[in-house]
Structures are given as C-alpha cells and as structure tokens.
Design a binder for this molecule. Structure first.
Ligand SMILES: [Fe+2]
Length: 168
C-alpha cells in the first residue's frame, strides 16, 4: 500500500539501529491520529497497512484478533522494533537458526507501552493470546524485502521452511 503519513517530527530522519527504530515506533504510537482511524480487524488474514516509508526504512500498522499470530520468521536481514498500542501480544524469541546449542524460545508478554527492538538476525513468533484485539506498530530498516519462515523442530531448534518476498 502507499504512503499515508509523513514521518512525525522529532523522529530520527532515517532510523537504522534498533534503538532508533524503537524511537520511531514510540513517536508513531504517541501520534494516535495517524493510525487509530486506520485500524481494522480481519479474519482469517491479519490486517496490516504501511504507515510511512523513508529512504531506507518503513513503518507498519498491524492488528491481531485473539488467537491470530505469525509463523516463526526472520526479517530478511532488516533490523526492527515493534510496540503494542492496544491489547496484548506474546513474543517467542528464538536462538539463531543453525545455532549449535539451540535453546527453548524466550517468551515475553507485551502490553502498552512496551516496545521490542531487535537486530538483523532476530527470529521470533508473535501472537495475540487474547481475549482482546491487539494493535501494534512496527518499524524496519531497511524496508522489508524478504522474510524466511521456520519450523521449530524441538527445544527451539529451527528448520528453514521457505523464504518469501514482501509485497507492499
Ligand atoms: Fe517479526
């Protein structure tokens, strides 16, 4: 989808690091007028919309009905940050694919104003455990081009399932 909003002022012009991306997410989260009117909830596919795009980053609005979630995925080498602005999300963060000593995924419950930032090799699964619908804001640098999806073969060891291009 096309750009619908300029990057809010007081945000790093071209966020690159996880810390800068977290600042971008917080700035959008605080500007509710930029995203609240856009919120929709859909089933079976989750609803999402790109809020902004810069020269080397982008910001997305995602919604999650209870029980909706992602597969286990990476971000194709992009760094990112996401913040929960309504409801609750659960993140399972995995060890790197191919790790010699896989560990069970780390589980975090995230409620507003929690923001999670991550580097280019982060692998996770995000789910709305319910009972309320959830809304989140995500920033990536560079813009997402591909995402790889994984299966948990036990105790957090990952097997690559497929790599998809990301359409906008
Ligand atoms: Fe993700």
């Amino acid at each position: 989808m096309s750009t619908v909003a300029p990057v809010p002022p007081a945000v790093v012009e071209n966020p690159r690091t996880p810390h800068e991306l977290a600042a971008t997410v917080r700035a959008f989260a605080a500007r509710r007028e930029l995203w609240e009117p856009l919120v929709r909830f859909t089933r079976p596919e989750r609803w999402y919309r790109r809020l902004a795009v810069g020269t080397d980053h982008e910001v997305w609005l995602l919604t999650w009905l209870p029980g909706q979630g992602t597969e286990i995925h990476d971000h194709g080498g992009a760094s990112g940050a996401f913040g929960v602005v309504r409801g609750e999300l659960t993140e399972r963060a995995f060890a790197l694919p191919g790790a010699e000593a896989p560990r069970p995924p780390r589980l975090r419950g995230l409620t507003p104003p929690a923001v999670r930032a991550f580097g280019p090799r982060h692998v996770h699964q995000v789910t709305n455990p319910g009972p309320e619908p959830a809304v989140s804001i995500h920033a990536y640098a560079p813009a997402l081009a591909t995402m790889s999806y994984y299966a948990d073969t036990g105790d957090g060891a990952l097997r690559l399932v497929r790599t998809d291009g990301v359409d906008d």
